[in-house]
Design a protein around this ligand. Structure first.
Ligand SMILES: *Cc1c(COP(=O)(O)O)cnc(C)c1O
Length: 333
């Protein structure tokens, strides 16, 4: 399997122009003051599904062979890849079955059902849902869509970075949250072609470090998967994104769930932006290492806004007592 080329990304951009408007990239002085850097927020939370993954889903399904389209697709996901597939399947009239780990974020589960996909809950984590999805696909003669090991998905996701570098051509760094790595790999590919001076920095949750350790050690590893942050909760490295990240990623860092919650609150307070945890992880990485980013122009990708009601209430209710230590902790380290 080969990663997509810039030509593939530009093809995907032409295709997506018919379905999704570009998302904005905004700078907020209040957020700059908090971060001590010039921060640009790429608003993928403004997608119709509330997350960037819909770029990959539409690109992939638009290119499916007609026989596969008729039989349908199966996906497994903690929620946003699911919504992306369900949205694209609805758009193109493709039957769609989604396997989510049990007790999913209700907002994401309801969204998938409302888009007309069949939802099956199975297993405790993303990694338990995967073999069940494979079994269902085999049984029903449907096609199993990988979350990331697919050049069309990465090409579609990469359109976000083609937009970003057109919107902000003089970035010093872009920080991308990682679960499977499709987003970070996409950022690497596009930066190499359009913004070679821009660092690409990946961030994963410290409680689910499989992608980070796979990148660091140069082999696909399985690791405990305990973060509460959906989207970052993967237990193993994915081959295609890892291959790209190994060649091109500037750095990969970890943040803990409390730092992510504090960053989620900062996005609400300073940028009037509701993010889910994964959507705030890039900002958390910037806040965690102020010396590295001081005075620089850095883009953080707000990858998604699909926080559950419980998460929104928790985040909005975080007092200074919860937020200040997470920020102070990061300022010291
Ligand atoms: C899936 C997801 C991520 C991680 O993206 P990958 O391409 O799987 O690394 C980050 N944030 C959100 C909101 C997501 O849904």
């Amino acid at each position: 399997m080969e990663p997509p080329t810039l030509a593939d990304v530009l093809d995907a951009q032409r295709l997506l122009a018919a379905h999704l408007p570009p998302t904005p990239t905004w700078n907020y002085p209040a957020l700059d003051a908090t971060a001590g850097a010039t921060v640009f927020v790429k608003h993928e939370n403004a997608q119709p599904t509330g997350a960037f993954k819909v770029r990959g889903g539409i690109t992939l399904l638009s290119r499916l062979d007609p026989v596969v389209r008729r039989r349908g697709v199966v996906g497994y996901s903690t929620g946003n890849h699911a919504q992306s597939l369900a949205y694209a399947a609805h758009l193109f009239g493709v039957p769609c079955t989604i396997v989510m780990p049990e007790h999913p974020n209700p907002a994401k589960a309801d969204a998938v059902r409302r888009l007309g996909a069949e939802l099956v809950e199975h297993g405790a984590t993303f990694d338990d849902a995967a073999p069940h999805a494979q079994a269902l696909a085999d049984e029903r003669g449907m096609w199993l869509v990988s979350a990331a090991n697919d050049p069309d998905i990465i090409a579609g996701v990469a359109t976000a970075y083609a937009e970003l570098f057109a919107q902000q051509p003089h970035l010093d760094a872009v920080v991308v949250p990682v679960g499977s790595g499709s987003g970070a790999a996409a950022a690497c590919l596009v930066a190499a072609a359009l913004a070679p001076g821009c660092e690409v920095i990946a961030v994963q949750a410290a409680d689910s470090p499989a992608a980070y350790e796979s990148w660091r050690d140069g082999e696909l590893l399985r690791r405990p998967n305990r973060t509460a942050v959906e989207g970052l909760a993967t237990g193993s490295g994915f081959a295609l994104p890892q291959q790209v990240m190994r060649e091109r990623l500037t750095d990969f860092v970890l943040v803990d769930d409390d730092q992510i919650a504090a960053a989620q609150w900062c996005l609400m307070r300073d940028a009037h932006t509701l993010s889910e945890g994964a959507g705030a992880a890039a900002l958390a990485a910037v806040l965690a290492d102020p010396d590295r980013f001081a005075g620089r122009r850095v883009a953080v990708v707000c990858t998604g806004g699909n926080a559950s009601e419980a998460e929104i209430r928790r985040s909005a209710g975080l007092g200074e007592a919860a937020v200040a230590p997470a920020l102070a902790l990061s300022r010291r380290s």
